[in-house]
Design a protein around this ligand. Structure first.
Ligand SMILES: Cc1cc2nc3c(=O)[nH]c(=O)nc-3n(C[C@H](O)[C@H](O)[C@H](O)COP(=O)(O)O)c2cc1C
Length: 241
């Protein structure tokens, strides 16, 4: 970061402090803070080269490192996640936005410390996912409520908001050196029966949580061009050139 930008940033932070806004260091979204030694926790071992590749692919350089550093590994370390840390991920999900503040997401969760419960979630995954997800410390399945609680009307945002909650969870995980890998490859009907997920909830995604496994690096990460994703008021016509 150049001296001018650093000064400008310091001025902004000072202003925020004086306005009594609490801005914890951890959410200063700068590349510098991402790479500072105190933030490189033991569980956060993405090689710098891999990180640079992701950044070089980006169409903008001003994204939070929490976005750049999230990716989906296929192998986790056997390091346990302490209960408070795991809880913080679901607390992050809890604070997601939702239509009518319905908070339609629910999660079924199991940790390796309860092998029987862990096996029950693992058993709903397709074999290809089981092969690597078994190395995770925790497994979970999301669900989204199909109706609004206040009036029983259909809530077409139930799974949408459950997805937003999972995204929050992933960002919190990234911030503290954990990794999350979502999975659609599981038997949703089996999960519904196995965990008593009510009919008023749509089964969402399974996901694995853990510290990064030895030798895990992101493969080639590809994305559609932004021009193919954000349109002006004419469908298909790029908004951002
Ligand atoms: C809803 C959902 C379902 C997914 N299902 C699977 C899956 O069954 N197996 C798998 O290995 N990865 C699965 N993924 C991971 C995606 O393949 C991955 O997020 C995507 O390739 C982008 O890579 P990245 O997460 O590393 O950026 C899923 C991701 C999401 C969000």
């Amino acid at each position: 970061m150049g001296i001018q930008r650093r000064n400008a940033r310091s001025a902004v932070l000072a202003k925020q402090r004086s306005a009594r806004l609490r801005v914890p260091r951890r959410i200063e979204f700068t590349r510098r803070s991402s790479n500072s030694p105190e933030r490189l926790t033991e569980g956060r071992r993405v090689p710098q080269a891999a990180r640079r590749i992701q950044r070089d692919m980006s169409e903008t350089t001003e994204l939070s490192p929490l976005i750049f550093d999230r990716w989906s590994p296929r192998g986790f370390s056997d390091r346990p996640i302490d209960p408070g840390t795991l809880r913080s991920l679901f607390e992050a999900a809890r604070w997601a936005a939702s239509c009518f503040n319905e908070q339609p997401w629910r999660f079924v969760v199991a940790e390796k410390s309860d092998p029987a419960a862990f096996e029950r979630i693992l058993g709903t995954l397709v074999p290809q996912n089981q092969a690597w997800a078994k190395t995770a410390w925790a497994l979970a399945i999301s669900a989204g409520k199909k109706t609004f609680t206040h009036n029983g009307a259909p809530d077409r945002f139930g799974l949408h908001d459950a997805g937003a909650a999972l995204a929050n969870l992933m960002i919190q995980a990234t911030a503290i050196g954990l990794y999350v890998h979502a999975m659609g490859g599981f038997d949703a009907a089996k999960a519904r029966a196995e965990f008593g997920i009510p009919e008023d909830f749509e089964v969402g995604a399974a996901f694995a949580i853990g510290y990064l496994g030895e030798g895990q690096v992101p493969g080639e990460r590809t994305r559609r061009a932004l021009a193919d994703q954000a349109f002006g008021v004419e469908w298909g016509k790029a908004y951002f050139s």
